[in-house]
Design a protein around this ligand. Structure first.
Ligand code: URA
Ligand code: SF4
Length: 192
């Protein structure tokens, strides 16, 4: 862990590409570190790569990614512009199953290092695995929305994962509220 904690971006990229620290390495085509502005104010954290992400090496480029892009646009954000997008695990869980606690734990040093390098003003955890990994606690998304959590001094907001929203349309309105809350929080943080 000492090793990862001292890495720069190129080293991180190379390290995840070769990483065998959990069994998600076995079936991945490639590890997906993350994408975006390395000096982002906003950090969005998903669960893990799906099939398209595993193929292309970029997070959130499939159906859920389209919705995430629309969610970003709704609060005047754009992929790559003051925004960084990452995942709790860097390698695709087979069949898109939820990553296990041992897997998110094994992968967490990479995310921790990414956050140290980016130093975002606000973190948005998309769904339960991201929230639980970052907060090191059991999280119920429905009960955690609308609250400000803290990751090592950085404010953190929990909302639904876009893939869940695609299956659960009624909760889309709640996700919209969460995005407005995130935007208002950022405006406050930025002194706007
Ligand atoms: N779902 C995620 O959680 N992350 C991705 O990168 C794609 C889909
Ligand atoms: Fe390593 Fe993370 Fe991939 Fe597991 S998911 S093999 S810990 S990079």
């Amino acid at each position: 862990m000492q090793r990862i904690a001292a890495m720069g971006w190129d080293e991180l990229q190379a390290a995840v590409a070769d990483c065998r620290d959990c069994r998600l390495c076995e079936q991945r085509k490639q590890a997906v570190l993350g994408v975006g502005d390395v000096e982002a104010d906003w950090l969005f954290v998903g669960e893990g790569p799906g099939a398209e992400e595993d193929e292309r090496g970029e997070p959130f480029v499939g159906q859920a990614g389209k919705l995430l892009d629309a969610m970003l646009a709704a609060i005047d954000l754009q992929r790559g512009r003051k925004v960084y997008i990452g995942n709790a695990v860097k390698c695709r869980p087979p069949g898109n199953r939820t990553p296990e606690a041992a897997e998110t734990a094994a992968c967490f040093p990479y995310l921790q290092r990414q956050i140290e390098l980016i130093r975002p003003k606000l973190i948005v955890a998309l769904g339960k695995p991201a929230a639980e990994t970052l907060l090191d606690a059991e999280v119920k998304v429905g009960a955690s929305r609308g609250r400000l959590f803290d990751y090592r001094g950085i404010p953190l907001i929990v909302t639904y994962h876009p893939a869940y929203l695609l299956r659960t349309l009624p909760d889309k309105a709640k996700a919209w509220e969460d995005l407005c809350f995130a935007r208002a929080t950022m405006n406050k943080l930025a002194g706007a």
